[in-house]
Write a protein that binds this ligand. Structure first.
Ligand SMILES: Nc1ncnc2c1ncn2[C@@H]1O[C@H](COP(=O)(O)OP(=O)(O)OP(=O)(O)O)[C@@H](O)[C@H]1O
Ligand SMILES: [Mg+2]
Length: 263
């Protein structure tokens, strides 16, 4: 089998995985690596899988949360996410095994789109998928208090540990100038174009779901449009698909140039 670049899957780990996957034929690092983890595609007797592994304490925490979210969503059809398979904790690293899903990230699809119309179609489709998520009435993700309050606390923790871009002054501003509340909904929680996948020209699947919970839907919208804001046609196409509400510039800035700086 081909070995990974960043770290090798050792025999001990492979043995644990094979209990689920059956005999492993190949394990390759995929091309589109994220920031916080090493991602392998695994081809095995029982099918294809994605193995996501994290090493730093902060990211290991996120991966554990992602595993918990996927596990909760395993038996439902409403929210399209990869299927949870297994979660393993080892000293210094942890691993999440999930189903391999065909497709490419929306970031890549936008980059490779042949025309502006194709890009508009993709952004509209992204809006539609996010609208569906925000309208989901699910018992799988329960309401757990004040989402923004929790995020501000988490930001404080990362700031104290020196683990983020944002500074104290910005955080105090965010605490003092909270937005008027809106109805909380199911949210993705890190809804960038990197974290949704496209197949056959449609945005179909959410990945990287550690932040998926009940929270402020404006955060998702801000992250969804942050990379296309400069292109008003693409922003409009997103809103055409989304349809629930539009962000004011104050709302956009609160999240994109505010809270997001801490994660
Ligand atoms: N279930 C899956 N099926 C196919 N490809 C996947 C799957 N999950 C992840 N990928 C691929 O792996 C890449 C990285 O995955 P992911 O976004 O979950 O990790 P990450 O970016 O390291 O996490 P983070 O955003 O926390 O840094 C994605 O861009 C995607 O190409
Ligand atoms: Mg990601």
């Amino acid at each position: 089998m081909t070995r990974g670049l960043k770290f090798n899957l050792d025999k001990e780990l492979l043995d644990k995985l094979e209990v689920i996957t059956g005999s492993i034929h190949r394990a390759d690092m995929i091309d589109e690596q994220g920031w916080t983890s090493a991602v392998h595609k695994i081809s095995a007797a029982n099918g294809n899988y994605i193995l996501k592994s994290s090493f730093k304490e902060k990211y290991r925490e996120w991966l554990k949360t992602e595993a918990e979210v996927l596990k909760k969503l395993k038996s439902q059809q409403e929210i399209p996410v990869p299927e949870y398979m297994h979660y393993i904790e080892e000293t210094g690293r942890n691993h999440l095994l999930m189903s391999y899903e065909e497709g490419v990230t929306l970031t890549k699809a936008l980059r490779e789109a042949a025309s502006q119309d194709e890009k508009k179609q993709l952004m509209k489709s992204f809006g539609q998928l996010l609208c569906r998520l925000h309208e989901t009435e699910t018992a799988h993700l329960e309401h757990t208090g004040d989402w923004l309050e929790d995020q501000l606390k988490r930001a404080d923790r990362y700031l104290k540990a020196g683990e983020c871009d944002g500074d104290r002054e910005l955080l105090e501003k965010l605490k003092a100038n909270r937005l008027a509340e809106v109805k909380q909904t199911v949210i993705h929680g890190d809804c960038t174009t990197d974290n949704v996948m496209v197949r056959d020209g449609e945005v179909r699947l959410f990945i990287d779901v550690a932040g998926m919970t009940v929270g402020d839907p404006r955060y998702d919208v801000a992250l969804a449009i942050r990379k296309v804001m400069a292109d008003s046609e693409l922003t409009e196409a997103f809103y055409e698909g989304y349809g629930l509400f539009r962000l004011s510039s104050r709302e956009f800035n609160y999240f994109e140039n505010g809270l997001y700086e801490f994660f």
